[in-house]
Design a protein around this ligand. Structure first.
Ligand code: GDP
Length: 687
């Protein structure tokens, strides 16, 4: 006779309510009537295991486990083995995969996702749900029919029914995963160059000069199209220039995880020297690990002082060759063309040193550097091919969209049949307009392309629902604890250089053994979109000291989930960062939109104007603050003076209903205005 135990005894032992244990067991498919019912000792053991406090992941745990196993014997040798197998697998964080033992006859095979509900698993295996629950219990997993188990667990259970499993493939992930290139097939490709530098230092002039003089003249009209990049030939070798100067474009692409630039040319005007955007450009290029060639421009001016430029560059870690460093600097005049040939030579030299290569024969891959909706031609993207050859007729996926190449147009406006590595080319035949920085991958057929695009769009929706991966000061401590963060990357913007410097050095002193404070960029001026892009690409928090974000930057930060903090007092700033590192940050207030109403009519009443509104979404509450929007421009912000349905004052009106709204101290309300109700909510830190 088997050992049995009454439920109330077990409940007492486990410090649980009897009623709960009864419900729990019934949930699992056991038929238990009340706390006086008896259950088998081995089921009791499963409960003991399940409700035991979480143990530490240490060696000690191993030992206690062994002891435990003796105390709570498994019914069958096999049960214990499987339970152990499962635990070992989990501990190793093992890759999910099929179980290796050879099957007797050709087994059934099912495909499982990362997690599966127990009843769905049973259905797939082809057995009653209770059978699966029972097997789960035997290997120490308590789950009811509607609960989910992970892949490893499901695979073990399936195996017990003689069913093989296979993890579900993520087609999109497979398609976009970088492919290992066969070294034997690599051939040199033209380097891709971005020109960066401070405004007015001559970036555009240099790009124009090169375009005008170095494009082979036989093509009709040379380059007339601007497609985001162009290619020139120098000494029989090709060089690709990205046509949008400045680091914004460069970093926008990098923020999407792509690196297209092989070499950065930093233009510094010899009469002006190193300026804030020069420093910004240096930091952007360094963060991306791209080699820099300095072009000291405007050498034709009498005020040119190249030595001063070189001196200033050393302060930012770029030491020119003649001073014993390894930075190549070429004096040029972009206006007259002096030194440009030498600059091109240097670009080719660096390309050779950097071993810029690609396989020209594999299916094509690339990155979108520009995209638009063309009236006549539909969605058009300029793709810079990184490997392989793209041909007319190829099926492809690009970002969240797919298509089949209808036509390829080069930087001279000519239709071409194929594009090789480092060639910028306009691609026609895309289902929608992708974003700069999106990956472009050729796939075997149209159906695959469509499937991947669908998966991508689904993922995009999910991502939008949970924008959480960026570091913010709010969750810094939790991520330090999880080991997810070892460095706190910061970008500092301040009103004057002196305070930027002071903020930087004080912040860097906050570094602890666990977290290093790392200032990746520091400059004077408002927080710009470019700062946000850099922060997004480098997972940094932006600190503004006596400066505010520009509207574009604010939007970009919201879109990308970048944390921007602004301060006026350095002690507050230091306190916050320190508190964030120690997990003591005070909750902060954020604005939350509660609802929107459209003004359908206006009524004059004694003391003002009341707007007859229709609530479009959410709700309008009496306590909320309200913003009056006219064509999306804020015309007023204030309190709600009255909120009525028919003649009654009400506390809130929900979406789909009409109401009358009066806005405090604002009578200029017009038909068609939108009232946006919002409130400030406390954001609790999640630790
Ligand atoms: P960007 O803002 O860096 O693109 O600078 P631009 O290419 O628009 O040049 C800004 C100004 O500097 C223009 O008036 C150019 O004509 C002038 N400029 C550019 N390169 C040179 C140069 O080599 N010598 C002289 N004297 N002026 C130049």
């Amino acid at each position: 006779m088997k050992n049995k135990i009454r439920i109330y005894e077990l409940a007492k032992e486990l410090d649980l309510k009897s009623k709960f244990v009864v419900e729990f067991l019934n949930d699992l498919g056991a038929d238990v009537s009340n706390h006086m019912s008896s259950i088998d000792e081995d089921i009791a053991n499963m409960l003991r295991e399940h409700f035991a406090p979480e143990e530490e992941e240490t060696l000690v745990r191993e030992e206690t486990k062994v002891v435990k196993k003796k105390r709570r014997p498994f019914k069958e040798e096999e049960d214990r083995d499987d339970a152990l197998k499962l635990r070992a697998k989990k501990k190793r964080g093992a890759k999910r995969g099929r179980i290796q033992e050879p099957p007797a006859q050709k087994p059934k095979r099912i495909i499982l996702g990362e997690s599966v509900a127990v009843n769905e698993l049973a259905q797939k295996i082809g057995v009653p749900g209770t059978e699966v629950v029972k097997q789960l219990m035997k290997i120490g997993v308590m789950a009811s029919l509607t609960q989910s188990v992970d892949y490893d667990t499901a695979a073990l259970v399936a195996e017990r029914f003689g069913v093989e499993t296979e993890p579900e493939r993520d087609l999109a992930e497979e398609v976009f995963a970088p492919v290992e290139q066969d070294p034997a097939r690599l051939a040199p490709r033209p380097p891709v160059v971005t020109i960066m530098g401070h405004v007015d230092h001559g970036k555009t002039t240099l790009l124009d000069y090169i375009r005008k003089t170095k494009v082979t003249a036989q093509e009709a009209g040379g380059i007339t199209q601007h497609i985001g990049a162009y290619q020139i030939e120098y000494n029989g070798k090709l060089i690709t220039f990205l046509d949008t100067p400045g680091h914004e474009a460069f970093t926008a692409i990098r923020a999407r995880g792509a690196r297209v630039t092989d070499i950065a040319v930093l233009v510094v005007a010899a009469n002006d020297g190193v300026m804030p955007q020069t420093v910004e450009a240096i930091n952007h290029a360094k963060a991306a690990g791209v080699p820099i060639i300095v072009a000291i421009n405007k050498m034709d001016l009498p005020a040119a002082n190249p030595d001063r430029v070189k001196q200033e560059l050393t302060e930012h870690g770029l030491v020119v060759e003649e001073w014993g460093g390894d930075t190549i600097a070429v004096p040029i005049s972009a206006l007259r063309g002096d030194g440009v040939e030498e600059l091109l030579e240097m670009i080719l030299l660096v390309a050779e040193m950097e071993d810029v290569k690609a396989d020209p024969d594999c299916p094509a891959r690339g990155t979108v550097i520009d995209a638009k909706l063309d009236r006549g031609r539909g969605p058009v993207a300029t793709v810079l091919i990184s490997q392989g050859t793209l041909r007319v007729g190829d099926s492809f996926v690009v970002g969240n969209y797919c298509g089949r190449v209808r036509a390829l147009i080069d930087d001279r406006g000519q239709q071409i049949k194929e594009a090789k590595p480092s060639t910028p080319v306009e691609v026609l035949g895309i289902s929608d307009v992708p974003q700069a920085g999106d990956s472009f991958v050729v796939v075997t057929d149209e159906q695959t392309a469509r499937q991947v695009a669908e998966i991508q769009q689904e993922k995009q929706r999910e991502r939008e629902l949970s924008k959480t991966s960026r570091v913010t000061l709010d969750d810094l401590y939790r991520r330090i604890q999880e080991g997810a963060v070892k460095e706190l990357n910061l970008i500092i913007k301040a009103d004057v250089q002196g305070s930027a410097e002071a903020v930087r050095s004080s912040l860097e002193k906050l570094s602890t053994e666990e977290v290093r404070v790392n200032v990746i960029h520091q400059a004077v001026g408002a927080i710009s979109e470019s700062d946000v892009l850099l922060a997004s690409a480098s997972n940094a928090v932006i600190i503004g000291f006596n400066v505010r974000p520009e509207p574009n930057a604010r939007k970009a930060a919201e879109r990308d989930g970048v944390d921007i903090r602004t301060y006026r007092v350095i002690y507050n700033l230091l306190d916050d960062v320190k508190a964030a590192m120690e997990g003591l940050l005070e909750p902060e207030f954020k604005e939350e939109i509660v609802g929107r109403a459209e003004v359908r009519q206006t009524f004059k009443v004694p003391g003002g104007v009341v707007a007859g509104c229709y609530v479009l979404d959410g709700k309008i509450t009496r306590a909320a603050q309200v913003r009056v929007l006219r064509d999306n421009v804020i015309v007023h912000e204030g309190k709600i003076a009255s909120l009525r349905r028919f003649k009654d004052d009400v506390r809130e009106v929900t979406h789909g209903y009409e109401c009358g709204i009066g806005v405090e101290r604002f009578n200029d309300i017009k038909e068609g205005d939108v009232l946006e109700a919002f409130q400030m909510v406390k954001v609790e830190r999640s630790l």
